[in-house]
Design a protein around this ligand. Structure first.
Ligand SMILES: [Fe+2]
Length: 93
C-alpha cells in the first residue's frame, strides 16, 4: 500500500538487505490492513464493506508471510519475540 519506501535501502548493507525488505513488506501490509479497515468503516454499501474487510483480512495474510520470512532470516528477532512473550505474560497475569 505504501507508495514509497520508508527506509533508504541503498544504505542497508548486503548482509541485512533481505531482513530489511521483509520488514518493509510488513510495514506496507500493516498499512494496507489499516487502510482497508478505515475504508470499510466509511462505506455505506454493505457489500462494499464486506469486500473491503475481506481484502483487509488478505492483507493480514500477506503481513504474516513477510513476518514468517523475517523470522527465517533474523534469529535475533526470534529471541526478542520469546523475551516479549515472557514480558507480556508477566505484565498481564
Ligand atoms: Fe498485500
Amino acid at each position: 500500500m505504501l507508495s514509497s519506501l520508508p527506509v533508504d535501502l541503498k544504505k542497508v548493507d548486503s548482509k541485512n538487505i533481505d531482513k530489511e525488505i521483509a520488514r518493509v513488506g510488513m510495514i506496507a501490509e500493516l498499512d494496507a490492513v489499516s487502510f482497508y479497515e478505515q475504508l470499510a468503516a466509511m462505506a455505506t454499501d454493505s457489500n462494499l464493506k464486506k469486500v473491503l474487510l475481506d481484502i483487509a483480512k488478505e492483507e493480514k495474510t500477506h503481513m504474516a508471510e513477510f513476518e514468517t520470512m523475517l523470522l527465517k532470516l533474523d534469529n535475533e528477532q526470534i529471541q526478542e519475540n520469546i523475551k516479549a512473550k515472557e514480558e507480556i505474560k508477566k505484565l498481564t497475569e
